[in-house]
Design a protein around this ligand. Structure first.
Ligand SMILES: C[S@@+](CC[C@H](N)C(=O)[O-])C[C@H]1O[C@@H](n2cnc3c(N)ncnc32)[C@H](O)[C@@H]1O
Length: 171
């Protein structure tokens, strides 16, 4: 856990840095956060929106009462179960209208299911990331995903442990 101007973020400082690096290095114009919690990472992304041309953010969580109350009515936050058709359609539409790379960050209660649900809607060069490795998401899952999804390349596979997250790019 860390904080952004007093708002808790369920990532450590290095993970926040890596997420921002993936956004900058890949010229991402969209970051979708699945599982917003108290809104700390969302607020970082709202700041990035002000700094990066064309950058957009969408956060989804089914528990809006947790999300920082001052921010939860912002258009960037949507209260939905990420496994509903409505949520997947919303993210898909958002991705398809992004001019640059889209990054989907899987950080709710069932990360493997999120990766499997959202990977199919990515376009070539888009990125999907999953937090909490090796915990809620394991090496066995990554290895199986790599075998069953030859259209995805795992990025920085040798850094799974130090980053605590898994990252793939669609070819
Ligand atoms: C680990 S927290 C997210 C942390 C946040 N990304 C951050 O960096 O601070 C997980 C969040 O996922 C939400 N969540 C769990 N299952 C969900 C689902 N099926 N649909 C939407 N939100 C879900 C929970 O309400 C919780 O806020």
């Amino acid at each position: 856990m860390s904080e952004f101007f007093g708002i808790p973020v369920a990532q450590n400082d290095k993970q926040i840095g890596w997420i921002i690096q993936y956004i900058i290095k890949n010229d991402a114009t969209l970051f979708v956060e699945l599982g917003v919690y108290l809104g700390g990472l969302m607020n970082i992304m709202i700041f990035l929106k002000a700094a990066l041309p064309d950058f957009d953010y969408l956060g989804i969580d089914y528990n809006k009462d947790q999300v920082d109350s001052s921010k939860r009515c912002k258009p960037e936050f949507v209260c939905l179960n990420v496994f509903t058709e409505e949520a997947v359609r919303l993210v898909s539409d958002k991705i398809n209208s992004a001019r640059g790379c889209a990054v989907v960050y899987c950080d709710d209660g069932d990360k493997p299911r999120e990766v499997l649900t959202y990977a199919p809607i990515l376009r070539p060069r888009d990125i999907i990331m999953a937090h909490d490795y090796p915990g809620e998401i394991l090496g066995e899952f990554a290895d199986q995903f790599n075998t069953s999804h030859p259209d995805f390349t795992e990025l920085d596979a040798n850094k799974r442990d130090i980053r605590g997250m898994l990252v793939w790019r669609k070819r």
